[in-house]
Write a protein that binds this ligand. Sequence first.
Ligand SMILES: *[C@@H]1O[C@H](CO)[C@@H](O)[C@H](O)[C@H]1NC(C)=O
Ligand SMILES: *[C@@H]1O[C@H](CO)[C@@H](O)[C@H](O)[C@H]1NC(C)=O
Ligand SMILES: *[C@@H]1O[C@H](CO)[C@@H](O)[C@H](O)[C@H]1NC(C)=O
Ligand SMILES: *[C@@H]1O[C@H](CO)[C@@H](O)[C@H](O)[C@H]1NC(C)=O
Ligand SMILES: *[C@@H]1O[C@H](CO)[C@@H](O)[C@H](O)[C@H]1NC(C)=O
Ligand SMILES: *[C@@H]1O[C@H](CO)[C@@H](O)[C@H](O)[C@H]1NC(C)=O
Ligand SMILES: *[C@@H]1O[C@H](CO)[C@@H](O)[C@H](O)[C@H]1NC(C)=O
Ligand SMILES: *[C@@H]1O[C@H](CO)[C@@H](O)[C@H](O)[C@H]1NC(C)=O
Ligand SMILES: *[C@@H]1O[C@H](CO)[C@@H](O)[C@H](O)[C@H]1NC(C)=O
Ligand SMILES: *[C@@H]1O[C@H](CO)[C@@H](O)[C@H](O)[C@H]1NC(C)=O
Length: 874
Amino acid sequence: MNHAVWSFACFCLFEAVSLEIFSLDGEWKLLNSNSSVSVSAEVPGCVHTALQRQGFISDPYYRFNDLNYRWISLDNWTYTTSFSVRGKGKAVLVFEGVDTISTVSLNGVIIGKTDNMFRRYDFEVTGLLKDQENVLQVWIMSAVTYASQRSRAHTEYRVPPDCPPPVQKGECHVNFIRKAQSSFSWDWGPSFPTLGIWKGVRLEVFNTLRVLSFTTVPKYDSGNSSWNVEVELFFDVVVASKALVLMSIPLLHSEEFHLSLTPGQSRKSFVLQINQSVSLWWPFGHGEQPLYELEIQINMEGGETFNAQRKVAFRTVELIQEPIPSSPGLSFYFQINGRPIFLKGSNWIPVHAFQDQVTTDMITVLLRSAQKANMNALRVWGGGVYEQDLFYSLCDMYGIMIWQDFMFACALYPTEKNFIQTVREEVTQQVRRLKSHPSVVIWSGNNENEAAIAADWFNISAAERPLYVRDYVSLYVENIRDLVLQEDGTRPFLVSSPTNGVESEKEGWVAHDPYDPHYGDTHYYSYYNDCWNWTAFPRTRFASEYGFQSWPSFSTLSKVSVTSDWDFSSNFSSHRQHHEDGNQQMLKQAELHYILPNRSDPVQRYRDTIYITQVMQAQCVKIQTEFYRRSRSDIVEGKGHTMGTLYWQLNDIWQGPSWSSVEFGGKWKMLHYWATDFYAPVLSAAVEDEGDLLIYAVSDRHSECHKVKAKVKFYSWSSFDAVCSLESNVTTLKAGGSTLVFQHPISALLEQCGNCTRRSCVVTFHLSSPEGQMISPLNHIFLSSPRHAEGVQKPDITFTVKDAGIVQSFVVTLHCSFPAVYVWLDVDDIPGHFNVNGFLMLSNTSTVTFGAWRPTTAEEITANLHITSLRDVY
Ligand SMILES: *[C@@H]1O[C@H](CO)[C@@H](O)[C@H](O)[C@H]1NC(C)=O
Ligand SMILES: *[C@@H]1O[C@H](CO)[C@@H](O)[C@H](O)[C@H]1NC(C)=O
Ligand SMILES: *[C@@H]1O[C@H](CO)[C@@H](O)[C@H](O)[C@H]1NC(C)=O
Ligand SMILES: *[C@@H]1O[C@H](CO)[C@@H](O)[C@H](O)[C@H]1NC(C)=O
Ligand SMILES: *[C@@H]1O[C@H](CO)[C@@H](O)[C@H](O)[C@H]1NC(C)=O
Ligand SMILES: *[C@@H]1O[C@H](CO)[C@@H](O)[C@H](O)[C@H]1NC(C)=O
Ligand SMILES: *[C@@H]1O[C@H](CO)[C@@H](O)[C@H](O)[C@H]1NC(C)=O
Ligand SMILES: *[C@@H]1O[C@H](CO)[C@@H](O)[C@H](O)[C@H]1NC(C)=O
Ligand SMILES: *[C@@H]1O[C@H](CO)[C@@H](O)[C@H](O)[C@H]1NC(C)=O
Ligand SMILES: *[C@@H]1O[C@H](CO)[C@@H](O)[C@H](O)[C@H]1NC(C)=O
């Protein structure tokens, strides 16, 4: 993958001569509370990582190790380092991130405490430094113990939930600690309540001043159609000084400002009035992502100079909530640069339980995968972490819009003074860190906490409810919302997700029904209802969460399991499943349409079962997503105008079953391949409605397409020749809209096709331009469940692999004797992805390419390639 991206990451430090920066990253000593464990530990890092690297424990993700290593999180730990420094002046120890509850001492003197992993802490240590050896110690208290103590101390009323459901095997009271909420377990992840110094530590020594941070926010002035770039610099000043500040965006603007600074912390704002036209930044699929470089130079009167650069991009964002003709409620859609944009994407969770182990490659692979699947948006979900700078810089480059939650999820939260205080600092810091990124298009206060009160998840009596609503409003509205609006006037703010938006506000911020499809966004899950029944889905304005579980591939699972685990009813299979009845739900849903695997070899049957869960997941999410995309122009019974689909969830935190489309390690599940098609810029989607076959053309393009036809073919399961071919009348595809292009009774079509029945045939279709070009991916629809299909034969798929003559690219040629469905190619551990996968094979030969992410050979691929189709598993 591309490593050059580092140059785009923002390092907000200014380099200058009078400021000396001593990094304290590297090897520290680590000790548990009774000194029975003493190892060296890397900073940034965490206790689990250190113990694993030193061979004290094995892979925490292996089999049942999350339970075996629970003791680590129940102990308290001390990190120690020593250092010597030269340099005189004001000295500040900067901790970019401590996880979480700690007491920091230097040479035996306590210099500060931390209680929030999402904050940076600066501790002044002027006068405490020795010329020779300095000893820095960070004592970290068990987050589990701390959370439990805080909960017990909260005696006036309970703040639920107390504990996660037993199936999650997690820890209790995570809502009492400002730490990744999923670290105490989630329904897709293990409980690893980490402890550590998860970001860098440094000592800054300076005589005049240092720059704490700076922000750059372009603002559009519609009055004179021009852009102002608001730049803010945050200083920590020792002696009063004057400076000349030069700011320039090459070829666009340059300007000088005089600055005079007085001792203390100060915030200076500048406005660059851009008097030329700029190239606008667009979401992926809608235009380019031009990034300009803003350069700042601060020339101090005394001759010192500070320099920094930052990428800036120009775009506007609005969230439109206004009446819609013939529909009660309000619209809910994003407008970028004045144009309505349909958000296509998914939800982002932490990439690893041990954040220090997240690499540039992991983030790059995931974001590239999102973009390759035609996604233009991701929601950074509120139960994890505010992502690292690199993540947002890549999203700026790739055109991926970010819906940024604040880190509160599925719980009520305390609101005592010190809790609110630390949250306020967290919010201020995070908004200042992230608001310069064009990719961030919305702030959102929390995940599902409005719904938790409205739908009474926690058995709160009517009499107590006002108390909880008051706390809710205090935390998310009076504190977080107010702060965000003060710090950033350029983006919409939503209090929760799902929410009814302005309607929730009218109802006192907790709506009667935050899932109301007439307003705002919704989350919707239903596992036992037949997912092929699209009429059951809420025709929402914006689907910000929905999805189905599947199991990750055998090669991913086999890294953390042994032969006896490779059975769907093993202890391992139930242990990894953190969602109540999750494994049963997958099989029940799959069984509605597929014959469940029953090959006699147990490992083969296990692999096949994994496969069938991925088939089910891909098919279900496809049907649901196509329904939402079709609904963008429709109002049916007052509902519709859907303008966003963010399925749950993009990525995984470990090797376990979940709703993800990309496995831990970066391997694509079938769903991810399918997303590439169902998120295509122009989509043709079919549906059966009251006996009719309907084909819609959905377009994200900015202009109309004229004289488009849908081409429709019927194939029988026993032959590669189309039984019949049809065409729709020519139609005009709406720009940014959905158009019905084909509608016929299925009975009439079957009659016309002579030899077809619902069970013996499958229907394929795509859109074609007047010149005969395919303008949407080839799609298909079944007229009956594959489990009832008639005439299906074993396809006997064989293959050959050849080097494609392009670096790390290979061609797989497939042959089959009969049509095959859900044809799945799996190369085990060889990282990379195919151009298509999980496809319908309707010719006896077809080729697929594989792009590897590391050097490999045709022989290695041949040796590892497994091909499965639906008919192979029973
Ligand atoms: C010291 O702590 C470890 C880890 O928590 C524990 O396993 C061990 O029993 C303790 N030893 C004593 C003597 O308390
Ligand atoms: C960790 O520290 C807390 C607070 O001092 C204390 O209550 C707890 O007993 C300590 N745990 C261990 C294992 O020493
Ligand atoms: C545009 O701004 C530049 C400074 O970047 C200035 O030199 C120039 O005079 C301005 N032009 C107009 C027409 O205002
Ligand atoms: C545009 O108008 C704003 C005030 O409405 C003013 O501050 C700004 O200087 C104007 N920009 C240009 C380029 O004239
Ligand atoms: C809900 O609360 C009521 C009283 O407030 C109690 O009687 C009932 O057992 C609780 N139900 C659950 C499921 O906790
Ligand atoms: C489909 O879902 C709708 C709405 O939930 C329900 O009324 C209908 O019975 C379902 N149809 C089938 C065939 O299950
Ligand atoms: C599975 O777990 C149960 C209950 O914890 C235990 O009794 C049994 O021995 C385990 N079986 C295997 C094969 O590990
Ligand atoms: C084409 O349009 C005519 C007239 O509106 C209609 O009768 C016919 O069914 C249409 N054909 C198709 C394939 O949709
Ligand atoms: C219809 O099916 C029969 C039996 O499968 C076959 O013999 C015949 O050739 C088919 N006719 C057409 C028109 O495809
Ligand atoms: C597997 O299921 C298929 C379809 O139900 C059935 O025909 C076959 O006999 C079964 N095989 C075994 C080994 O149970």
